[in-house]
Design a protein around this ligand. Sequence first.
Ligand code: GRF
Length: 203
Amino acid sequence: ARVAILISGRGSNMTSLIAAARDPAYPAEIALVLSNRPDAAGLARAAEAGIPARAIDHRRYPDRAAFDAALDAALREAGIDLVCLAGFMRILTPGFVEAWAGRMINIHPSLLPLFKGTHTHAQALAAGVRLHGCTVHFVVPELDSGPIVAQAAVPVHEGDDPDSLAARIIVQEHRLYPAALALVAGGRARLDGGRVVIAGAPP
Ligand code: GRF
């Protein structure tokens, strides 16, 4: 499968996907990196790794629909099969999401359905949970709400602050996202009636 990664920032999850896909046995090829922010540090990291990478600056489009149309055109032009959102900080229009339904996944730094949106580590600390983590899910129009492919949990320690929690979770993100993309790209995680069925997993 030809995969595009959409980023807005440093792209550490992007880097973990690129590294995993270097293995010839990995079922996906990272064919394109797009950023809505021209200054995203991840763009340079992708280019260094030899991946075609470019910015589609959302500020140059009159509205979300026009920006999403430009994204869609770039993805189709590159023959992309699957899209991975990795720290991509733009809300996508329902039309774009529907066009890529079942072919677009996202990583979110919480155990969904808890703590949607931003500042998830502060949300977790405020709620007093003892477990926190990250989730890879299929993208649906409603933010951070799609069918779950995979999750990883970490303990919340006494004295944690949002930064210490983020540091513990990003390590898991970098492990989880390549594993989840391999499931989807390899056809072992598929959508069935709005849920994800994992082939070969124990019932
Ligand atoms: C990650 O925590 C990801 O889960 C969230 O934004 C952060 C992006 O980090 N959506 P990076 O750009 O992949 O380093």
